[in-house]
Ligand binder design. Structure first.
Ligand SMILES: Nc1nc2c(ncn2[C@@H]2O[C@H](COP(=O)(O)OP(=O)(O)OP(=O)(O)O)[C@@H](O)[C@H]2O)c(=O)[nH]1
Ligand SMILES: [Mg+2]
Length: 452
């Protein structure tokens, strides 16, 4: 469905006049399609409207980066704006209070509060190294308290023993006292679900909140509810002033539109997402992943990003010719290292070589250590022109001089020279060989390991 969005954009743009930057006509037509895509992703209508309005002036006049199309450019602009809209990633849980720190979970019936309470407890114990105490205030649904108790027991998390017939406010008081006595750092309170915004129950939450003074009042919301999510978030926020959001069932087939709606309407951060029923299925929220899900266009985005990093075609051609001839000096290597820094990895360099798509994936997983690049850069810069062109002349005394100049030790220089030698050999093999694939093992483990 979403591959269609690119196709649609491409066909719209091909009918319009070519321009060096996005003009109003292009943006208007393109945004119409984006609008539909957002609606299909279940983003609430008012949010879509506002979002599109906000994007329009930003998109008009944007230069179209060479080697990308206007359609791709627009997708990238929309994507960046979505990420922006969805807010900062990895927002830490607020635990800044005198222990026991209280966290209150609220939300509609069945949104995943109880499950999230247990998941969060486990996370706070493991990630923040705190002693957690789980408490259920759900006296309304039969067996709701047992549900949390069982989850706590299975996962060995401390929990408040159930006292039949006790009401939420009394349970709250009992919980705080018990937590103080047993030395808990954090208490996580699970509350009863509402089928809809129910005044009486909202008032109860307000009272509980006043008693607890929680550092976090987290709205647990189901990402599959799409449009409804926005209204729910708004009303909960108005009634009990939520501090953050946990979005559940992100593992389902919703398109993530709820995240955008909720974030936009409440302006409260989404801190975690639920991605399954198991205790460990709680992850930090990454706006770029959700933006990708909403738009379904990660490929285009990375394509435009690469293009905007300024790798122009001439450079690629020249490098390719050099490689084919087996002519490759340390100067070229230096240029590659710098390119690598820009492109963010070995993968970028290898993509210059013919027929490397196979190992590209492998390289993508090996993120490059910037420090190694910087050291290698310093080493090459400390060499004379002759040394760079013909590294064979680099003997012991030259190495000493280079080492002093680069502030590196001899073994690092040796490593670099060895790596360079292997690279040239590999290139020669490739340019001579009948095959245009890099033979497996041609990239020595040593290089791979260094890059890890
Ligand atoms: N796939 C998936 N299922 C989830 C997730 N979070 C919760 N669930 C499931 O959703 C169902 C309801 O979850 P609960 O935690 O009981 O929801 P609740 O908000 O406490 O429900 P009430 O107490 O009745 O209001 C359970 O079967 C959970 O296993 C999630 O992130 N992904
Ligand atoms: Mg529950």
């Amino acid at each position: 469905m979403f591959e269609n969005l690119t196709n649609k954009l491409e066909s719209i743009f091909s009918k319009l006049k070519k321009a060096p930057s996005l003009n109003e006509e292009q943006v208007d037509s393109g945004l119409k399609e984006i609008r539909l895509a957002l609606l299909e992703a279940d983003v609430a209508l008012p949010v879509v409207k506002e979002f599109i309005e906000q994007i329009k002036p930003k998109a008009i006049g944007q230069e179209i980066i060479r080697s990308t199309s206007p359609g791709q450019m627009l997708v990238k602009i929309v994507y960046d704006e979505l990420v922006n809209f969805l807010g900062e990633k990895n927002k830490e849980l607020n635990l800044n209070a005198v222990p026991p720190v209280c966290i209150l979970l609220v939300g509609l019936q069945g949104s995943g509060k109880t499950t999230s309470a247990a998941k969060l407890a486990k996370l706070v114990e493991t990630k923040y190294n705190k002693k957690v105490f789980l408490v259920s205030l759900d006296v309304y649904r039969p067996a709701a308290q047992e549900q949390l108790k069982i989850l706590a027991e299975i996962n060995q998390i401390n929990h408040l023993p159930i006292m039949e017939g006790q009401q939420p406010l009394d349970i709250t008081n009992r919980a705080i006292n018990a937590a103080k006595l047993n030395g808990s750092d954090v208490i996580i309170f699970d509350t009863a679900g509402r089928t809809q915004i129910d005044l009486m129950m909202m008032n109860e939450i307000k009272q509980i909140k006043e008693l607890l003074k929680p550092t976090e009042t987290i709205l647990v919301a189901d990402s599959l509810t799409g449009q409804i999510a926005a209204t729910v978030a708004k009303e909960f926020d108005a009634a009990v002033d939520i501090s953050s959001i946990i979005l559940t069932r992100v593992d389902g087939d919703g398109r993530g539109g709820a995240a955008l709606s909720m974030k936009h309407i409440t302006n409260k951060p989404i801190k975690y997402i639920g991605v399954g029923e198991k205790i460990d299925d709680l992850e930090l929220f990454y706006p770029d992943r959700i933006a990708n899900r909403i738009l379904g266009m990660g490929d285009i985005v990375s394509l435009v990003e690469k293009a905007s990093q300024g790798l122009d075609e001439e450079k690629i051609k020249k490098a390719e010719e050099q490689f084919k001839k087996g002519l490759f000096t340390l100067d070229d290597y230096l240029a590659q290292l710098r390119q690598m820094k820009k492109m963010g990895g070995m993968e970028g360099v290898l993509s210059l070589l013919p027929g490397v798509s196979k190992i590209k994936q492998q390289m993508e997983n090996a993120s490059i250590d910037e420090k190694i690049i910087t050291t290698n850069e310093a080493i090459i810069l400390s060499m004379t022109k002759k040394e760079r062109e013909d590294p064979k002349v680099i003997n012991g005394s030259r190495k000493k001089r280079i080492a002093a100049g680069a502030g590196a030790d001899i073994s690092t220089i040796n490593k670099l020279l060895k790596q360079f030698k292997m690279m040239t050999e590999m290139m020669k093999k490739m340019s001579k060989g009948k095959t245009n694939q890099i033979p497996s093992g041609a990239i020595p483990d040593e290089i791979l390991n260094q890059l890890k």
